[in-house]
Ligand binder design. Structure first.
Ligand SMILES: [Zn+2]
Length: 113
């Protein structure tokens, strides 16, 4: 986990240096956020913008905060989409089961005659 963060930090951090060398871009500030899974992300903001207190982690979708020692609590419930997908999956399975049973019943009737 630590190695991944180091690699990510190096890559993200290299951007502002290039911009500074070119001297053509508007002033920017890089703000680090940490999520409850220990991911670090460094979105870049225009210098005149006040960075938000929280940022969605691009790696896991959890809210990330600016205090590494106290990241925001992860939401207790699973995301709605995941739950819906789960329900759909179950319903599809149930439909498939019903179709299978219907087919088997027809097959048995046919062989019974
Ligand atoms: Zn994360």
């Amino acid at each position: 986990m630590a190695a991944g963060n180091a690699i990510r930090g190096t890559r993200v951090g290299s951007g502002p240096v290039r911009w500074a060398e070119r001297g053509e871009q508007a002033p920017r500030s890089v703000v680090a956020y940490w999520c409850s899974n220990g991911h670090r992300t460094e979105p870049t903001f225009a210098a005149e913008i006040t960075p938000p207190d929280t940022w969605d982690c691009p790696r896991c979708g959890q809210p990330a905060g600016r205090n590494e020692q106290a990241p925001p609590e992860r939401p207790r419930a699973e995301p709605y989409k995941t739950h819906l997908a789960y329900v759909k999956e179950r319903r599809t399975d149930a439909d498939g089961e019903a179709i299978l049973q219907e087919a088997l019943a027809r097959l048995r009737q046919r062989t019974g005659r």
